[in-house]
Design a protein around this ligand. Structure first.
Ligand code: APR
Ligand code: PHB
Length: 392
């Protein structure tokens, strides 16, 4: 087989890239190692920046998003038992959307298959080669048959555990990372929301986040020790901890209901540089991971591939290769700003060392500042709704 762009991974990065390339008249083949059912039901984050949502709508894959999204004009920060609202719309004239990542995936997969465009699921033994040559290759097995695709370029959109990044010689990449001493325990519960918008909670017992999927389905997170086993968290313990961490304030009530799913996700900050090796470009989680506190993972993946699609379009239209050559430099500027913001939101709200009262007082002062100063609230707001795109 032969194509212009071979895309490995059908997550937000790979599928949005394939969609944008199709609109530019550029051929692509998407290779995914999991099944369609698996990727359409994998529970991930669910918050879209205005720019990410606008892109999906403007490019014709946002019909269901427009109907089902929950638009939020702000968020709440809760500390010292009291709620404080940050009004994004008043501060920066934009908001954010709740629409689960797997729903974005369903919309993009449906659009691609309806258009009859190539997307291979359950591809085995995926490997890349000749990355420095003129015709890089992707090899894989599909329904028992060995396949080979010759490409102009390869897009490594295969997430943190994919094969693209490890196919680059270690000496050609620089790794930057930071681990956190905690993880997030996330649940999906058949319960309505305590508030109509997200509540980020700082408490003496650690961080909690109240978010949602639909008006009747809550998504709730708790900071827990990094190596905790989910077996140590029976449902009643989870509710007890959520109640304790979010308690306080007039009329406050945390609605409860049956827990339909639960799991623990470790947190890390991670970046590789550069995000290119020969004719392979990395995009999304294959090149960087952010802690989920700023809700940036999916949005950053989408921002990467917008830049990549534009650079590829310029190359095929006018033979310009400067945008492609600058891809890594261009996207890393946003990547690092988003890393900074995600790290900051995490530091602002999580319990690091319960004995260190200096840090607790400093966090409370910072929360007081962020909710009391227009300048500080504006800084949070413009990062949370999404920084403007930088194209080169
Ligand atoms: N071959 C083919 N596909 C692969 C391989 C492989 N060897 N390894 C992984 N994949 C697939 C995964 O099954 C997944 O569907 O690549 C896809 C990568 O998608 P994501 O992990 O969703 O990464 P990305 O598209 O960069 O999106 C980042 O997703 O993980 C969340 O929180 C993260 O919101 C962020 C977003
Ligand atoms: C989610 O809805 O899953 C979500 C929202 C905001 C975050 C993280 C996750 O910061």
């Amino acid at each position: 087989m032969r194509t212009q762009i071979g895309i490995i991974g059908a997550g937000p990065a790979g599928l949005v890239l394939a969609h944008l390339l199709h609109l530019e008249g550029i051929d692509a083949i998407v290779i995914e190692d999991k099944s369609r059912h698996y990727i359409e039901h994998r529970l991930r984050a669910g918050l879209l920046e205005q720019g990410s949502a606008d892109l999906l709508i403007e490019t014709g894959v946002g019909a269901r998003l427009q109907k089902e999204r929950m638009y939020h004009k702000g968020i709440y920060l809760k500390f010292n038992g009291r709620l404080h609202r940050i009004d994004f719309e008043a501060l920066v004239g934009q908001g954010v959307m709740i629409y689960a990542q797997q729903e974005v995936i369903k919309d993009l997969v449906a659009a691609r298959l309806e258009a009859g465009l190539p997307l291979y699921f359950e591809a085995g033994d995926v490997a890349v080669s000749d990355l420095k040559g003129a015709r890089p290759k992707i090899r894989f097995t599909h329904q028992g048959k060995k396949q080979e695709i010759e490409c102009d370029y390869i897009a490594g959109c295969d997430g943190f555990h994919g094969i693209c990044r490890p196919s680059i010689p270690a000496g050609d990449l620089q790794l930057f990372d930071r681990d956190y001493p905690f993880a997030w325990l996330g649940i999906l519960a058949e319960a309505p929301q305590a508030k109509e918008e997200l509540v980020y909670t700082h408490s003496e017992r650690g961080f909690a986040l109240l978010t949602m999927r639909t008006p009747e389905l809550s998504r709730l997170y708790l900071q827990c020790p990094r190596h905790d086993d989910i077996a140590a968290w029976p449902d009643e313990r989870i509710w007890e901890e959520l109640r304790a961490r979010t308690a306080g304030g007039e009329g406050w009530h945390l609605p409860e209901g049956p827990i339909v799913q639960k799991g623990i996700t470790p947190m890390r900050s991670f970046v590789v540089e550069p995000m290119q090796y020969g004719r392979m470009f990395l995009a999304g989680d294959s090149a960087h991971i952010v802690p989920p506190t700023g809700a940036k993972g999916m949005n950053l993946a989408i921002a990467d591939v917008r830049v990549l699609a534009r650079a590829l379009a310029a190359f095929y239209k006018s033979g310009r290769s400067d945008l492609l050559e600058n891809y890594s430099r261009t996207v890393l500027r946003r990547v690092w700003k988003v890393q900074r913001f995600s790290w900051w939101m995490t530091h602002l709200t999580h319990l690091y060392d319960s004995d260190n009262q200096f840090d607790r007082r400093r966090q409370l002062a910072e929360l007081d500042y962020v909710t009391g100063s227009r300048a500080a609230a504006l800084t949070l707001a413009e990062n949370y709704v999404g920084l403007p795109m930088e194209w080169e």
